[in-house]
Design a protein around this ligand. Structure first.
Ligand code: NAD
Ligand code: SER
Length: 317
């Protein structure tokens, strides 16, 4: 019987992943935690506890008391916000991971998921069809923390046999919870502005190609990786995940098919330099070969669902 701990359950990914895990493993077997309150759907369907993941003693207490077997560690400060508070973000991103890995080793946890990001790549990385193994010289504090994190999870696997698993998520697009302060957040915000006002001023330029992925595909990939047979995994750093590649101009064109007259203007800010340092599209053939990564959503299908669901959500509220 698996008993799962989600750290960072109130964020963009955690708010959906927790519910999916509860569907699969049972409400009582998925304990949700975050430093801030949980959405009603999570607090109302199972156990939720306030936890600062930097509080090692409380984390250990929960792991032991709940007899946790698997951890999904999602708490982090994302790229845009991390540039505003570099040292504090480094501290949260790195110290939290080391806490989880150390307790994973001591308590012999069965499996740990920790997400990496396309931010591990940098301006010297090939931007198109970015290989799994390539030059990695990230120049953001977030990217540096994710690359260091990849080295640590691989180290804990090789040195201590901790079963660590990870995906390099592209920008994630979803309608349930706000995006958490990243560079790819424009691709979520744009839908709300298009529906509410018919206009959006984008903080990236029109041709900023980036890899993106619809949340349903991201959740499925995460759980597929966590359920994959260990012997199939040829790497313990983090798997490239490509998703869909598009830029602000292309998503605006797709939105116009549903909201004719939608206007986008461009006012790039500090996040433009971050986007320019990341890949445009990446090669995920290793994940496909090892454990069968696959996707359901392309740009048109994702746009249709985003618009329908956000319209429903705004009507209800
Ligand atoms: P988010 O910012 O929406 O959620 C992160 C959650 O962590 C928040 O609810 C926050 O309250 C919580 N948190 C922050 N500090 C904490 C602490 N000290 N203790 C406990 N909880 C704390 O982020 P997200 O988009 O859900 O991302 C989750 C993970 O996935 C992160 O590691 C992120 O780097 C990674 N990721 C996300 C994306 C994306 O596009 N969303 C892409 C690549 C990687
Ligand atoms: N979506 C994330 C960000 O922009 C990528 O890791 O920070």
């Amino acid at each position: 019987m698996e008993k799962i701990l989600v750290i960072g359950c109130s964020g963009q990914i955690g708010s959906e992943l927790t519910l999916e895990l509860r569907k699969l493993y049972g409400n009582a077997n998925v304990i949700a935690t975050d430093i801030r309150p949980a959405p009603d759907e999570i607090a109302g369907t199972g156990k939720f506890e306030i936890l600062d993941v930097l509080d090692t003693s409380k984390l250990q207490l929960i792991l032991e008391h709940e007899k946790i077997t698997q951890v999904y560690h999602l708490a982090a400060i994302l790229s845009g916000n991390a540039e505003k508070r570099p040292l504090a973000s480094w501290d949260i991103n790195m110290r939290s991971l080391i806490n989880v890995l150390e307790l994973g080793r001591e308590l012999k946890l069965k499996r740990i998921f920790w997400p990496s990001s396309i931010a591990v790549f940098g301006p010297t990385t090939p931007r198109y069809n970015t290989p799994q193994y390539t030059i990695m010289e990230p120049n953001t504090v977030y990217g540096i923390s994710k690359l260091a994190g990849e080295r640590w999870i691989e180290y804990y696997f090789n040195k201590y046999g901790v079963d660590t698993r990870s995906l390099r998520y592209p920008g994630l697009i979803s309608y349930k919870t706000e995006a958490g302060g990243g560079t790819t957040d424009y691709a979520v915000e744009i839908f709300y502005h298009a529906i509410k006002t018919g206009k959006y001023e984008c903080f990236l330029g029109p041709k900023s190609d980036l890899p993106m992925m619809f949340m349903c595909d991201a959740i499925k990939a995460t759980i597929d990786l966590m359920e994959a047979d260990s012997s199939k995994l040829s790497l313990r750093s983090s798997y490239n995940v490509a998703g869909i590649c598009f830029n602000p101009e292309q998503i605006a064109d797709e939105i116009r098919k549903h909201i004719p007259g939608f206007e986008i203007t461009y006012k790039p800010d500090f996040r433009q330099a971050i986007a320019d340092s990341w890949p445009a599209c990446i090669d995920d053939s290793v994940a496909k070969k090892d454990w069968g990564l696959n996707y359901e959503f392309d740009l048109p299908k994702m746009t249709e669902v985003m618009i329908d669901e956000i319209r429903k959500k705004l009507t209800v509220s």
